[in-house]
Every structure is written in structure tokens, then in C-alpha cells.
Design a protein around this ligand. Structure first.
Ligand code: SF4
Length: 243
């Protein structure tokens, strides 16, 4: 589906879709969750996220960590996937494509064709959330460029280098320490907190660019670049083609 495709959806507020999902979080989304919850980003990461901040946390009973009964307790700062639902977004270098997802079991939501995909996206604030998330995308190219200055890929096998980075980035526990990832998912912790989300992101990006320039560990950069790409909805292969 594209933005002009017929689509509408009436949410029944049953909370069924807030169970047993895999929802990636970008740094901007984690920041939005923290602001909606009125807590610091380190606390939001602890309370609402898994995999170093890059996945929404679900409880042992299957419910999202932010679900309060059938209500989203962080609705104003909910992640992109929750804004899009029941649409899925496929991000490719050629543009974004939308997919109609199957309803959650016993969902009382109603699908229709009373509007277009673009109307639904506007109602849910998808484009502004996407725009904030994408401000982090140039960091992938910056990390990639820094790696190129540190690694001689005539000596180091590139496929093995990136294979290790992907495996480490997608590990669910027992991670290697990575200062860049810690900083990516904790803007408040690195001193970027400002009055608005947009200003915090601007300050955060400036701090992250300085950290990237000062990092001499290529593996640390590669793992952070992969995790950032995945958190933004791109495939790990995006890092290899980053410009
Ligand atoms: S963040 Fe809110 S909308 Fe998204 S799954 Fe959790 S409770 Fe549901």
C-alpha cells in the first residue's frame, strides 16, 4: 500500500494489540516515551525498554510495560509502531511501503476504507514522529566513515567484521560494554536534556557526533551503527551502504 491507498481503522481501545509484539525503539522514540512518562531517559530505558533501549519491553504476562489495564499510559509519546498500527511500515532505500497487519486475536478494532493511508498517518502523528526518528540516521554514515579511517579492509575481512557486529548488536543479553549505545539511548544521561524534544535531539546529535569522532574502537562503532539502523527500521545492510 502507498499513502493514497484506501484505508481507515477505528480503535476499540480493547488493548489486545498491546500484547506479545516485537517493537523496535529508536533513540527519539525512547526520548518521547520518557517525556510522556515524566521521567529521565535512563529510567524510561529501565522501565519500558529491552535490548539496551532499542526494543519495547513486554511483561511476562505478554502485556506491554506501558499498558495500564487496557489504556496506554504513555499515549502521547507512544512508539511509531503503535501510531502506525494496524499498518506496518517497510523502509527501503527506494521509499516507504505500508502493509495492512492482521488484527490481534479478539481485537474489537474495525478496518474500513473511509479515508486514505495518508489521513490515518496524519491522525496518528506518524510523520512528525518519523521525522524526529530520522534525524539520527546521518549518524550511521558518520560511524561508517569513522570505521573506514580505523580499519584496513584489505587486512580485515569485511564480511566477518560486519557479521560479528550484527550478532553483537542483536544480542538480547550479556552485551559487551558500548559507550556509544549507552549514549544513543540516554540523551538525558549525556547532558542533552532541553526544554523540547526537538532541542534535546539537536543537542544529543551534537554530543554523539563528537563521541563518534573521538572513538577509536571500530567494533564499538560498528555495533552501535547496526543497532541504530535496526532501531530506525532499516536492515543491518543499510549500514554497509550508508553514505
Ligand atoms: S506503548 Fe502503548 S500503544 Fe504501544 S504497545 Fe505499549 S501500551 Fe500499547
Amino acid at each position: 500500500m502507498d499513502r493514497r491507498s484506501p484505508f481507515s481503522y477505528r480503535c476499540g481501545a480493547c488493548g489486545r494489540c498491546c500484547h506479545n509484539q516485537v517493537i523496535s525503539l529508536s533513540p527519539a522514540e525512547l526520548l518521547s516515551i520518557a517525556r510522556a512518562a515524566g521521567i529521565a531517559t535512563s529510567a524510561a530505558r529501565e522501565r519500558y525498554a529491552a535490548r539496551r533501549g532499542s526494543l519495547l519491553r513486554f511483561r511476562a504476562d505478554g502485556g506491554c510495560a506501558a499498558l495500564d489495564g487496557t489504556r496506554c499510559s504513555i499515549h502521547s509519546g507512544r512508539p511509531l509502531a503503535c501510531r502506525l498500527y494496524p499498518l506496518g511500515l517497510e523502509r527501503t532505500p527506494d521509499g516507504d511501503r505500508f502493509i495492512r497487519l492482521e488484527p490481534a486475536q479478539d481485537s474489537v478494532g474495525r478496518y474500513g476504507v473511509d479515508g486514505a493511508v495518508s489521513d490515518y498517518l496524519a491522525d496518528q502523528g506518524v510523520d512528525s514522529a518519523l521525522e524526529l526518528a530520522d534525524r539520527y540516521r546521518p549518524l550511521i554514515a558518520a560511524m561508517r566513515e569513522r570505521i573506514e579511517t580505523l580499519v584496513d579492509f584489505d587486512e580485515v575481512e569485511p564480511r566477518e567484521f560486519w557479521r560479528r557486529a550484527v550478532a553483537e548488536a542483536l544480542r538480547e543479553a550479556n552485551y559487551d560494554a558500548n559507550r556509544l549505545i549507552d549514549a544513543l539511548f540516554d540523551p538525558d544521561g549525556v547532558g542533552a536534556a532541553c526544554a523540547s524534544i526537538a532541542a534535546t535531539i539537536a543537542a544529543h546529535l551534537s554530543i554523539l557526533h563528537a563521541m563518534i569522532a573521538a572513538t577509536n574502537n571500530p567494533a564499538e562503532l560498528a555495533v552501535a551503527a547496526i543497532l541504530l539502523a535496526v532501531s530506525l527500521g532499516y536492515s543491518p545492510a543499510e549500514v554497509a551502504s550508508a553514505r
